[in-house]
Design a binder for this molecule. Structure first.
Ligand code: UDX
Length: 436
């Protein structure tokens, strides 16, 4: 099938290349000329494992091209909208301007029978409005097909999704839309991937409620970590024990410096704002608490460093290991790790931060920070070591080797990802989040 993908960020670029992998012909469109020129050369403008390989093979096959001209969407029959919906400046609500302008720019190039497929995360009610705009000026239909990909696993999550959700128009048009999407996702359908075909509002809400649930799960365990700290319990064992209950499950119960990234933080805020617009702010008022618990973890890590230095942070050398919001990503949007580095810098510490992939993005946002290309360089003469992103390279550090580099012997494990015993055995003071 001939597809267009409007918006070539983390979502769109992966979607475009993955759709070629599934046998389709794709044009990826974005207003950012620098991004399009990199993608055209087979170079993703961000770090995502597996993406460079499929991007290059897709381009070589002649079935993937990129353009800054929305007119190039003409001729495709299915048009995916994968532009960003960031938090509005100074507000909790989502900024829909990119979605609106993508749809408006696309409308003149739509042919009768085309299908526009929204993948961006939007406030419930958005698709209904867009469907009205599309049908008023074209013979095309709209589907809402939320994307659940995780950064770091984006290619696999796109090619082999764990479920498909289609929000479709009512009646016969809905059946037509469903059969087009089934053809797009033929391989996932053949693999009996669970499929939910529903209305627009449900499809939109599935996405925001999934992210709200995940955020709640993380803040729940971080709240338990606070209680564990106050009572001498161990939150990692607690998570294992409650996680054995199949109704609870162990995944997303890792206590630490909390969630960040381009989705969870802004999505729970946009959900709160939308619920308030709908007169149901009280229904999701708990998400404010989820947000507050999450942000508090950054304070906790900073306080642990301050405590470790008996309150004298000024000019102390601190090695911050991690900047990305999670491993296998170079994304520093709303990253707890970068935030901790900045806060410590703000207290007058001599912070040296490192990350296997996220230095360039961090430097762009915070050029005032000092960065080291390697962990060894960051660790040199450090008074305190803080781990805030659980990259394999940091988990595998050998405490006795680290001792040869650092001045101090205190490690703050902001991701509960180190082996406390081996660090203590090597003479270190180890402090985790909610661990005795
Ligand atoms: C998330 C959703 O998982 C995905 O389905 C959706 O499409 C987009 O948002 P992503 O932002 O890539 O994906 O990251 P995710 O793996 O969900 O992690 C989010 C944050 O939570 C990270 O900062 C991570 O470090 C943190 N986290 C995760 C925890 O603190 N503890 C955990 O147990 C799990």
């Amino acid at each position: 099938m001939k597809l267009s993908v409007i918006g070539c960020g983390y979502l769109g670029a992966v979607h475009a290349a993955s759709m070629v992998e599934l046998g389709h012909e794709v044009v990826g469109i974005d207003v950012d000329a620098a991004k399009i020129s990199m993608l055209s050369e087979g170079r993703p403008p961000f770090f995502e494992p597996g993406l460079p390989e499929i991007l290059k093979s897709a381009i070589a096959s002649g079935r993937l091209r990129f353009s800054t001209d929305i007119a190039d969407a003409k001729g495709a029959t299915v048009h995916f909208i994968g532009v960003g919906t960031p938090q509005r400046k100074g507000e909790y609500a989502a900024d829909l301007s990119y979605v609106n302008s993508a749809v408006d720019a696309l409308i003149p190039y739509l042919s009768d029978g085309d299908l526009v497929v929204g993948k961006s995360t939007v406030p419930v009610g958005t698709a209904e409005v867009l469907a009205g705009r599309i049908s008023a000026s074209s013979g095309a239909d709209l589907a809402w097909n939320p994307e659940f990909l995780r950064e770091g696993y984006a290619v696999k999550d796109t090619i082999e999704p764990d479920r498909l959700v289609y929000g479709v128009p009512r009646g016969a048009r809905g059946d037509r839309v469903t059969s087009i999407l089934n053809a797009v996702y033929a391989s996932a359908i053949a693999n009996e991937t669970p499929l939910v075909v529903t209305d627009y509002a449900t499809a939109e809400l599935v996405k925001v409620s999934a992210n709200a649930f995940l955020a709640t799960k993380i803040s729940f365990i971080n709240a338990m970590a606070e209680i564990a700290d106050a009572s001498g319990a161990d939150v990692t064992q607690l998570a294992d024990a409650i996680g054995f209950d199949a109704r609870i499950g162990r995944r997303f119960l890792n206590a630490g410096v909390g969630f960040g990234g381009g989705c969870l933080p802004k999505d729970i805020r946009a959900f709160t704002a939308r619920a308030e617009e709908l007169g149901r702010g009280d229904s999701v008022a708990f998400l404010k608490e989820v947000d507050a618990i999450n942000l508090r973890q950054r304070d906790r890590v900073v306080d642990m460093v301050v405590d470790a230095l008996d309150g004298n942070v000024f000019q102390k050398r601190i090695a911050v290991l991690g900047l990305a919001f999670k491993p296998n990503s170079d994304d520093v949007r709303d990253s707890p790790a970068l935030d901790v580095a900045i806060r410590l810098h703000g207290l007058g510490a001599r912070v040296v931060a490192t990350d296997p992939e996220a230095i360039a993005n961090s430097q762009r946002l915070h050029p005032q920070l000092t960065f080291a290309e390697t962990a060894s360089e960051a660790l040199k003469d450090a008074d305190v070591v803080v781990v805030v992103t659980e990259w394999g390279a940091f988990r595998e550090l050998v405490p006795s080797e680290v001792s040869k580099l650092t001045a101090g012997r205190v490690v703050i494990d902001g991701r509960n990802c180190l082996d406390a015993t081996s660090w203590r055995d090597a003479g270190w003071t180890y402090r985790g989040m909610g661990r005795p």
